[in-house]
Design a binder for this molecule. Structure first.
Ligand code: NIG
Ligand code: FE
Length: 409
């Protein structure tokens, strides 16, 4: 298949800085099966491909299929009532201390069946596809008993089998201390380490192990114990780090050579150097900053230090109730000062790096044909305009999953 008549192609290769998108104008992409066989200007399409069937991009912008590298995709219920409270001035932490927040979603999730959670997650994924998303990282963490964590991880396993998107699972049993262990948190940490992590790894239910390191959630030492156990069992660490206070989460991520440190609104200079030195990807989550009225991530300082900054939605019912990744890209510009080019690199090949997946997130020969076709003349125009139906085509592993109107005909 040839996708021809591309106005601008943003290849987003791993090399170069945060703003280097490896653009080609008047471009074409050729794939056979699920794999890209050729990329270049339309004029130069080699003879051997010229008679392949083709799709017309109608001068659109074509980018790699977007990667949402941090979501809590499956959960029960919503928390719109808490949103109202927060707008009236009650803080996220105050709500959590009263048994709301994460625990309220834990109650709702425990009350849902695996099938119910699966159906809802599947529908949400389909809407993400319409925005150009082709890969989604999904965290457990709203079960907090083995049975309920397993239920969430099984949902992700089924999605991995049934849904055309790439689904990457993360075990987040250490999201918060469940109510029944509030007086005995050591026992919950022990259960995570001795009972849950080995089972998750043995049954290959997740690739990553994540911890919410924060006051009211897990301490530095607890996080270290849990993540080290994960490493011992073959799960790569990720951390919800320095989101609402500086808990030295970036340092722990660097020490453990985590795949990513996520949030980081309260990271300090030493934390930035630590991430840079150990090449840990920083994951910016602007919806969470916006909804919690947090301070901005020092994105410019991170980039200048040489840290790759990924951008994701953090989709969850508390701090980020939206899976609109293009909007997260816009917010990473307005809140953190990224440019649209830098933001796009953060939701393509740097997001792939946060998932340890070099095979994803860029348009190159030998890579999967994961593409989003955007009706905009440039990356700047696309992000700045934030037009609701800008994504007119989504292609995953060479198959068209979404197309609007007469595009791509
Ligand atoms: O990534 N920070 C911790 N976890 C989520 C929020 C979860 C919730 O409020 O339900 C986050 O922001
Ligand atoms: Fe999160």
């Amino acid at each position: 298949m040839i996708l021809r008549n591309i106005g601008t192609l943003a290849r987003c290769r791993p090399s170069g800085g945060q703003n280097e998108l490896h653009l080609i104008h008047d471009a074409a992409v050729v794939w056979r099966g699920s794999c890209i066989s050729w990329v270049g200007t339309e004029k130069e399409i080699p003879k051997e491909f010229r008679d392949d069937p083709s799709l017309d991009a109608r001068r659109a912008l074509v980018i790699p299929g977007l990667i949402d590298c941090h979501t809590h995709l499956a959960f029960g219920g919503w928390r719109a009532d808490e949103f109202e409270q927060r707008m009236l001035g009650v803080t996220y932490q105050e709500i959590a201390a009263k048994g709301g927040g994460i625990l309220s979603t834990v109650r709702a999730t425990r009350g849902e069946s695996e099938d119910g959670l699966y159906e809802r997650a599947y529908k949400n994924l389909n809407e993400m596809v319409q925005l150009g998303v082709t890969t989604v990282e999904c965290k457990s963490g709203y079960g907090l008993t083995w049975e309920d964590e397993l239920k969430l991880l099984q949902v992700y396993r089924r999605l991995r089998e049934d849904h055309p998107c790439d689904i990457i699972s993360t075990f987040l049993g250490a999201h918060t201390i469940p109510l029944e262990y509030r007086e005995n948190r050591g026992e919950y940490v022990r259960r995570i380490c001795e009972e849950m992590i080995p089972e998750v790894a043995e049954r290959r239910l997740a690739e990553f192990c994540d911890v919410f390191l924060e006051k009211g959630a897990f301490s530095f030492d607890e996080a270290e114990t849990i993540l080290r156990e994960g490493v011992a069992c073959g799960l790569t660490p990720k951390i919800h780090a320095d989101q609402m206070s500086n808990g030295r989460g970036a340092h722990l991520a660097a020490q453990l050579r985590a795949a990513s440190a996520d949030h980081l609104e309260y990271i300090d200079e030493e934390g930035i150097s630590a991430l840079a030195e150990k090449k840990v990807v920083a994951v910016a989550l602007p919806f969470a900053t916006l909804y919690t009225k947090g301070p901005p991530l020092p994105a410019r300082a991170l980039i200048e230090a040489g840290v790759r900054v990924a951008v994701a939605t953090d989709f969850n019912p508390g701090t980020a109730p939206s899976y609109h990744l293009p909007m997260a890209l816009l917010l990473s510009c307005t809140l953190y000062g990224l440019t649209p080019h830098e933001a796009l690199k953060g939701a393509t090949c740097f997001a792939a790096a946060a998932l340890g997946r070099d095979d994803l997130g860029s348009i190159r020969v030998g890579g999967g044909a994961d593409l989003a076709v955007i009706d905009a003349e440039s990356v700047n125009q696309w992000i700045y305009h934030l037009r609701p139906n800008a994504c007119v085509g989504t292609i995953k592993n060479g198959k068209v999953l979404h197309q609007s109107g007469s595009w791509l005909q």
